[in-house]
Design a protein around this ligand. Sequence first.
Ligand code: UDP
Length: 333
Amino acid sequence: MRLLVTGGAGYVGSVVAAQLLEAGHEVVVLDDESTGHADGVPAGADYVRGTIRDDAANVLAEGIDAVLHFAAKSLVGESVAKPGLYWSHNLGGTLALLEAMRRTGVGSIVFSSTAAVYGEPERVPVEETDPARPTSPYGASKLAVDETLHEYANLNGLAAVSLRYFNVAGAYRSAGDRWLSERHSPETHLIPNVLAIALAASGDPAVAASGKTELKIFGDDYPTPDGTCVRDYIHVADLARAHLLALGACTPGEHRVYNLGNGTGFSNREVLTVCREVTGLDIPARTAPRRDGDPAVLVASSAHIHQDLGWKAELDLRSMVADAWSAVCAAAG
Ligand code: UDP
């Protein structure tokens, strides 16, 4: 198949593009490089630098069988400060893409949704049918896209699958031995922050000078076994594999929604311990005040996708940290 991957210069999109190429598909990446990096586009993919709003229609008109849609704004904090930006990019941009798909007769889409649609869950593990009450414009804009896909499936016969990611981590070694990994700016996520501090602790002077020398653990008074928040981490390689299965499951007139997680939670302190073990470094850390909007526990039930598509996470937290650390060390030279 010839596939359009929007946001394919970003973290998850680039790994999915790499796996699609490895599976023998042709891939066109469309990315505006607002947060992605051109050097993240896997070798072998055609690359168009542009926006989904202005440029997707041209790419689709050249002959595309299905779309994997990652292009989005994805920082929770930024979305609270600039909600209009998130509605405009995430919902407005996707609407433009869906209309371009309708006009060009491209009938299948796999969408990168998020656990943030659930907000503060009433129970864990979270199932797809549980109430979706997002607590940020980011989560709300992604939920709005899920709902829009549902409408397009009902009204226009679109074949759509939304994949709701829990905490994605790790890195993927693509063809040519290149690591595709997280490179957010600013970096807010736990594992990359811990590993940046590990790099500083390993004596890298450039990193030590950047000031990231001690991990702040946001809150240790949550109702969890060790008082720190618990999250469900999923390796980006496992996550990407689910997209290929979802593509195969696209059915005209159906919108499916699947959670993607490991089904097991790890506390922030447990993550830090694994990072210390993998790197062999004594990564400094201290407790800091809670971060606004952090639920105590977020763990997914992925039973639904396991049942329907036979998917389940195979890689554990240790391999996520080990791969992320290899990518960090490779980037640092
Ligand atoms: N966290 C932390 N220190 C950091 C970054 C994150 O203590 O420097 C905590 C955060 O408060 C949350 C967990 O790590 O409890 C996971 O946060 P992350 O931003 O990685 O993912 P989220 O669950 O917010 O999507």
